[in-house]
Ligand binder design. Structure first.
Ligand SMILES: C[S@@+](CC[C@H](N)C(=O)[O-])C[C@H]1O[C@@H](n2cnc3c(N)ncnc32)[C@H](O)[C@@H]1O
Length: 220
């Protein structure tokens, strides 16, 4: 399958999904609260590191309608920028975030494989989106994120993990689910090291296990 087909099929899929929590979670809106609870404690553990990131500015990547921004990032950071390629989702971010929407900074409507950060961030959060990037685009994207981190900055990846040894392709939304080993290799190729990881508890048994990774630049 060509790259352009892989990417355009995903964009078409999301273009037909309503701008709701249930929409961005593929019909699993009911797991949002438990997901948010797990993400908040993961973030609070990062903010309690010996040398923690600052809490001035975060970036939410593949943000959808801003579900993670609203419930996880905005309560902890002064400003949250958004990257999201779908026009309808990005147009709904401020509405969905509601009262705190003055904390939303720049909205970048672009695909992550093309996104080049033009400022530095204390924290970059990527949830349920890296499966939409080809391996080499993911490495390049993570490299650009690594270079856009402030001192003590952290990248968080929270995503589904395949239990087989192979990459699994989802025909519906044109995404892949990677086994842990492959993901670890890709992080390493982006010169990132995992300083904290956890598996989300309390999700229904019929979905993939969801792992969170706190990644920091490899020290040279
Ligand atoms: C499963 S939703 C997750 C949304 C959000 N991270 C959350 O957890 O609520 C995946 C999101 O990634 C976006 N997306 C898909 N491919 C993308 C790409 N190549 N670049 C940027 N965003 C993309 C979709 O438009 C959608 O908003």
């Amino acid at each position: 399958m060509s790259d352009s087909y892989f990417y355009s099929k995903a964009a078409r899929y999301w273009a037909n999904i309503p701008p709701t929590v249930d929409g961005v979670l593929g019909g699993y809106g009911h797991i949002s609260d438990i997901d948010v609870e797990g993400s908040r404690s993961f973030l609070d553990e990062i903010l309690a590191f010996e040398n923690p990131p600052a809490t001035k500015i975060a970036l939410d990547c593949g943000a959808g309608i801003g579900r993670v921004s609203k419930h996880v990032l905005i309560p902890r950071f002064n400003k949250v920028d958004i990257v999201e390629q779908d026009e309808k989702f990005i147009n709904n971010v401020k509405i969905y975030v509601g009262d705190d929407n003055q904390k939303i900074g720049t909205l970048y409507q672009t695909a992550l494989q093309n996104f080049k950060p033009d400022k530095h961030y204390d924290l970059i959060w990527c949830q349920w989106v890296i499966g939409h990037l080809k391996d080499y685009d993911l490495i390049d994207f993570l490299n650009r994120c690594r270079m856009a981190l402030n001192p003590n900055g952290v990248i968080v990846v929270k995503d589904n993990i395949a239990q087989s040894r192979e990459l699994e392709y989802d025909e519906d939304d044109s995404s892949v689910t990677r086994p842990l080993k492959l993901l670890e290799i890709l992080f390493e190729q982006a010169n990132l090291t995992t300083v904290k990881t956890t598996v989300q508890k309390g999700f229904p048994p019929d979905i993939y296990p969801v792992h969170s990774f706190a990644l920091v630049p490899v020290e040279k």
